[in-house]
Design a protein around this ligand. Structure first.
Ligand code: NAD
Ligand code: UGA
Length: 444
């Protein structure tokens, strides 16, 4: 899916640090455009696997891009010396997970800065792609200079807005590209890389701090929007109105927009929960009232109670019941289970004494690391096996496979035909016609 134009000059050698969802996408996409890219990860096992053309993450299309470009324009390395000394532009894509108090853990970013300082050989442009708090670029700069006072470099912020599951498409066709920099040299390089032929979208060119704020303000706004519709969903349910119709009715106002108005069991993933918490902390640090975000966060936390309440209403006694959980990933088309609502639902149902049949098209291996197979937990090979002998199905992720399931057949395999749908994937009337007791979110 190359968006590349063969007339564009690929003047720079690129380095990508961190071969996760963002790094691997960035590296394979730039390599596909024709840049020479070295993708470095400190985890040797991941690099080993990638060199064999296999990806340690599931992201649609990523393995194809890797296999197409590996050894031609794309190289994988476990050597910091190699990536930092052989690249002109270094995209930092390491993780910034939450600390217990909500601030992001910047130790991976600091480790990069220290390593970079050791291997700089001539001018480098260091591009912050990881999601980081305001002033992180200043800290990176200070760290590099502390360890290597004569280092010649610039730092830019180029926040990433891709979504897991559609990462490659989002990378090549973003709504906008944000470039924050403090020198004309950095600006020239990044505008050459993000040129008009390869990337047909608006470019927001600004200073580094503004770019850092844009990323957090953007993710927090999207999370806020979902919490808003979830609040409306609870109201709709009480007053006998369909939240999806309400979402359609408000979303068609172009000022509001239809996207991110899907009510359900809340936002999970490695980004919204961590970034909202991080932004709240940033507000606190400068004494600005971010209670709007705290409420959005609290509404999201309560989504688990909302679905558990439905499960209890549907089953009466949960203890000893067999429940099929459809979907473990935090969203469809990924194997990522970080902060997935399904995990919290599983924990709560286990406390209630339920027996769980778990099924997900891609995320079962990751989930087994947290919930190993046991007397209460079974991993099903397919949808049919997950419902055989089950008293209810709980839908936690809206995978396409679930939407097209043969519900007649499924019903025959179940002990009691109950569906608690945390993602509103079915038309209530149709499911009920098939004899199911159907419990969606925010509907009469
Ligand atoms: P990830 O955990 O999937 O990948 C991070 C990788 O960095 C890991 O493979 C890890 O081994 C490697 N790493 C850690 N320290 C290293 C070091 N010093 N040197 C080399 N490699 C190192 O993370 P991710 O989901 O790709 O996210 C990365 C960053 O991008 C985060 O800040 C995240 O908030 C942001 N982001 C993520 C997404 C997304 O959809 N996942 C989208 C936009 C932005
Ligand atoms: C999100 C943003 O959409 C990306 O722009 C951003 O780059 C990324 O975070 C990041 O910074 O890491 P992602 O987490 O991959 O991307 O997934 P989303 O599609 O945004 O979904 C996040 C969560 O919100 C999921 O749990 C999803 O189920 C939930 N969601 C989303 C809803 O409940 N309703 C919606 O209408 C949309």
């Amino acid at each position: 899916m190359s968006a590349g134009d063969s007339m564009v000059k690929r003047n720079y050698k690129l380095g990508v640090v961190g071969a996760g969802y963002v790094g691997l996408t960035t590296a394979s996409a730039f390599a596909d455009l024709g840049y020479r890219v070295i993708c470095y990860d400190s985890d040797k096992n991941k690099i080993e696997l990638l060199r064999r053309g296999k990806s340690h993450i599931y992201e649609p299309g990523i393995e194809e891009l890797i296999q197409k470009n590996y050894g031609k324009t794309l190289f994988f390395s476990d050597s910091p010396a190699e990536v930092y000394s052989e690249s002109d532009v270094i995209f930092v894509c390491v993780g910034t997970p939450s600390l217990p108090d909500g601030r992001p853990d910047l130790s991976y970013i600091e480790a990069c800065a220290i390593e970079i300082s050791k291997y700089l050989n001539g001018y480098k442009l260091i591009v912050e792609k990881s999601t980081v708090p305001i002033r992180t670029a200043e800290w990176i700069e200070r760290t590099i200079k502390l360890y290597n006072p004569s280092a010649d470099f610039d730092i830019a912020s180029n926040p990433e807005f891709l979504r897991e599951g559609t990462a490659i498409r989002d990378f090549f066709k973003p709504d906008r590209i944000v470039i924050g920099m403090s020198s004309e040299r950095a600006k020239k390089i990044l505008l050459e890389i993000y040129n008009e032929k390869d990337f047909v979208c608006p470019k927001v060119v600004t200073d580094v701090k503004t770019a850092e704020v844009i990323k957090h303000a953007s993710n927090s706004f999207l999370a806020l929007k979902i919490s808003y519709i979830n609040m409306i969903a609870d109201f709709c349910e009480k007053v006998g109105v369909d939240v999806d119709k309400v979402a359609e009715g408000i979303g068609l106002d172009k000022r509001i927009g239809t996207a991110f108005l899907k009510a359900g069991i809340g936002w999970g993933g490695s980004c919204f929960p961590k970034d909202v918490k991080a932004f709240i902390k940033m507000g606190e640090e400068v004494q600005v009232d971010f209670s709007l975000l705290k409420v959005a966060h609290d509404i999201n936390e309560r989504r688990i109670a909302v679905i558990l309440d439905k499960i209890k209403k549907a089953l009466w006694v949960v203890k000893g019941k067999v429940i099929a959980i459809w979907g473990l990933a935090f969203k469809p088309d990924t194997d990522d289970i970080r902060e997935a609502p399904a995990l919290k639902i599983i924990s709560e149902l286990l406390k209630e004494g339920a027996k769980l049949n778990l099924y997900d098209p891609k995320a079962m291996e990751n989930t087994k690391q947290i919930f190993p197979e046991s007397e209460s937990i079974r991993y099903a090979e397919n949808l049919e096996k997950s419902v055989t002998g089950a008293h209810a199905i709980v839908i936690a992720t809206e995978w396409g496979e679930f939407k097209s399931a043969d519900l007649r057949k499924i019903r025959e395999l179940m002990i009691t035909p109950i569906i608690i749908d945390g993602r509103n994937i079915f038309e209530p009337a149709k499911v009920r016609e098939l004899g199911y007791l159907y419990f969606p979110i925010g509907k009469p």
